[in-house]
Design a protein around this ligand. Structure first.
Ligand code: ADP
Ligand code: MG
Length: 557
């Protein structure tokens, strides 16, 4: 807890500098403002209670620094804030607290009944009630901290009331909001109660516990934490960037980006660029139409953040955006590279089990091949786990990484076709062949436009000793015509090349071939997913078998 700050009034010029806007548009905005205040007050524990759609009652109780009686009275005045260095010359670019506009409490009191019970550590606390502009002040017993209760929100604003979306949707927003704060401030204990039922609670012991509170034990057990520091330089100076957070393994995905949550110095934001950087960190581990579950907090050097950009404070201005996004991407991808992201069928529900980063030098060095299963899978023994390797997916991963390496050095080898074949393609594909001639050559295609929509194919890629067929060219041109980003394009073409049926290995593997496949897979940078994001290895724990066979223990005794 921090010492009680003294509240100062902002001068008019400062007020004008701050983009105010209308802050309180729906119940979730009230919750956001109250959470910001509680966190700014140094709370270690925050309990949120909501009744109905939030217009009936919202209460936020914290154990922060609390307010003196005089400060409590000033706190509800418009443009009163304790959060600037000096009121005379406020330096808005260095403010690190969540709120500093000094208008939230006043705005809430404008459109609801507000009750504030607070104690800054004295024997007697203060209770303040604001209703229709009338303020009553009394004494109240309360341990240090502040409880703000907002009732009858928008009672006299029918238009606002009508624009609300109903209890489920409004509470849904509040619950998502609390989830975001929970994941942005994993060291704070949060709880959320709706109509008397607790819908979320965390113990404030870190990211894993926050994830457990927001999702469930299974999701929390399939995640790895991130702790990454780097120095970034930008125009004025350089400073440290810290990226902390948690990201679920690529085997846990969702169909929307909503589960990628980002915060800047503990402030949740809906920043598209940062979220995209997180997704990029997963690279090819996740299929293009799927999204990860991740929560990332970025602490950039102070002077690179301008929190004033968005009136509801959801977006921030980052002056070193590129460097920061690159740092986020690296942090996520490094965390995933060192994590053991094998898909396990028996989700460890026990959180006591440590999710240690496994030394990835050769993940399969202890693995013994048992044999093939249905000519699709290789079964292996790995200590007390049964590994099932998808041989095609594994092969694709190996091919993909080799291709990437060759391409970086000399480009994919080409096998010439004698005599050259002519193929007719769509006008779009033909245009793509012309505009991407260089990339095609790099990928091992030897193609020349031959008038109209005909192409002459004199050579096809022959990576790893196998020659692709003309279908691959057609697919590649379609992709190029589809207009992906140039960088993505290269990656996704490589992935396609690696997976193309014409390049796939034969079906039944001998034990020696299976062992070689595992050796090669073990050398991969990212052995546990194929280039399109499907898993290459599933594992089944012996204890799962023991449970299935109703054995008391996994061993004979
Ligand atoms: P701002 O947060 O922008 O300063 P608010 O209207 O949200 O403006 O709050 C006004 C002032 O009231 C804050 O600056 C702070 O000093 C005080 N305050 C509000 N909520 C709390 C709280 N939960 N604990 C301690 N002080 C608070
Ligand atoms: Mg505030």
């Amino acid at each position: 807890m921090t010492s009680t700050p003294t509240i100062l009034r902002l001068d008019e010029a400062t007020v004008a500098r701050i983009a105010a806007g209308e802050v309180i548009t729906r119940p979730a905005r009230v919750v956001a403002e109250l959470l910001d205040n509680a966190l700014d007050a140094g709370a270690g524990r925050i309990d949120v209670t909501v009744d109905g759609d939030g217009t009936q009652r919202i209460r936020v109780a914290d154990d922060g620094c609390g307010l003196s009686r005089a400060d409590a009275q000033r706190a509800i005045e418009r443009h009163a804030t304790s959060k600037l260095p000096t009121a005379a010359d406020p330096d808005l670019t260095s403010v690190s607290t969540l709120g500093f506009r000094g208008e939230a409490l006043a705005a809430i009191a404008d459109c609801a009944t507000l009750e504030l019970v607070t104690n800054d550590g004295r024997a007697i606390g203060t209770e303040l009630r604001v209703k229709n502009g009338d303020v009553t002040v009394t004494s109240a017993g309360r341990p240090q901290g502040t409880t703000i209760t907002v009732t009858d929100l928008f009672a006299d604003r029918p238009a606002r009331r009508e624009s609300l979306a109903g209890q489920a949707a409004e509470f849904g927003r509040i619950s998502e909001l609390v989830a975001r704060y929970t994941l942005a401030r994993p060291e704070v204990r949060f709880s959320l109660t709706h109509n008397g039922n607790e819908s979320l609670s965390t113990s404030g012991s870190g990211f894993q516990d926050s994830l457990l509170g927001v999702y469930n034990a299974e999701t929390a057990s399939r995640a790895t934490t991130i702790e990454h520091s780097t120095t970034i330089d930008h125009d004025t100076s350089d400073g440290d960037l810290t990226v902390r957070g948690i990201c679920c393994y690529p085997s846990v995905t969702r169909s929307t980006r909503d589960h990628v949550r980002v915060s800047v110095s503990g402030r949740p934001v809906t920043d598209t660029g940062l979220r995209q950087a997180v997704v990029r960190g997963y690279g090819s581990l996740i299929a293009g139409n799927r999204y990860p579950i991740a929560a990332i907090d970025v602490s950039p050097p102070d002077r690179t953040v301008d929190p004033n950009v968005h009136p509801a404070k959801q977006e921030v201005g980052l002056t070193a955006r590129q460097a920061i996004e690159a740092g986020v991407e690296t942090a996520v991808s490094e965390a995933l590279t060192t994590a053991d992201i094998r898909r396990t069928e028996d989700a460890a529900t026990d959180l006591g089990t440590e999710l240690q980063a496994v030394d990835r030098s050769d993940p399969f060095s202890q693995v013994r091949v048992i044999g093939p299963f249905r000519d699709l899978y290789v079964l292996c023994e790995d200590g007390d786990e049964l590994l099932v390797v998808d041989q095609h997916a594994a092969h694709e991963r190996v091919n993909y990484e080799r291709l990437r390496a060759t391409l970086a050095e000399e480009g994919v080898p080409t096998a010439s076709i004698e005599p050259p074949e002519t193929v007719s393609v769509s006008p779009a594909a033909s245009a793509a062949a012309e505009s991407h001639a260089e990339l095609l050559a790099e990928l091992g295609f030897d193609v020349v436009p031959f008038g109209g929509d005909t192409l002459r194919v004199a050579g096809l890629p022959a990576p790893l000793g196998r020659v692709a067929d003309v279908d691959l060219l057609i697919e590649t041109l379609d992709q190029l015509a589809g207009g992906h980003q140039p960088d993505d394009q290269r990656e996704s073409l490589l992935a396609d090349l690696a997976c193309h049926p014409s390049l796939k290995a034969g079906d039944r593997l001998t034990t020696t071939e299976a062992e070689q496949l595992l050796d090669r897979l073990g050398e991969c940078e990212q052995p546990f997913a194929c280039p399109h994001g499907r898993p290459t290895v599933c594992s089944l724990d012996e204890s799962t078998l023991a449970a299935g066979f109703e054995r008391g223990s996994t061993r004979f005794r």
